[in-house]
Design a protein. Sequence first.
Length: 134
Amino acid sequence: MKSKSLSLVINTGQPQKDFQPGKKSQFSLNEILRPYQVFANELGFDYLTPFIVYQFAYLNEQEQYHLLVDYLIHVELINPSFVDKGQYLLNKVKQTIELDAKIQLQAVVDTLEEQLTDYKDLREALDEVKDNEE
């Protein structure tokens, strides 16, 4: 189990300001999550910075989208640098472009195949009409 990582994803219904000593929760999230860090240390895991979502339901669509991108980076990369994040996003955009191009090309191929089939059917029908006239 060595060389494993423990990454927590936490979703709270409270705002970030509530997680401070003397505030509503009485503790910071780091204090609340300390047992998980101890658990990771005992097993020899690398304890990663938790990914914390505060009041998701109150985020607008753009904030939710940015959060999704941050979450994907958190899940797929371990302790990424700014450059790592940029490279990750660049690769995702390239993959999306390639996929879109394949989808568009497949639509063209499908259309051409349909038209060719229609042409063959029409050609056969025309040949039958000609044969019947003779």
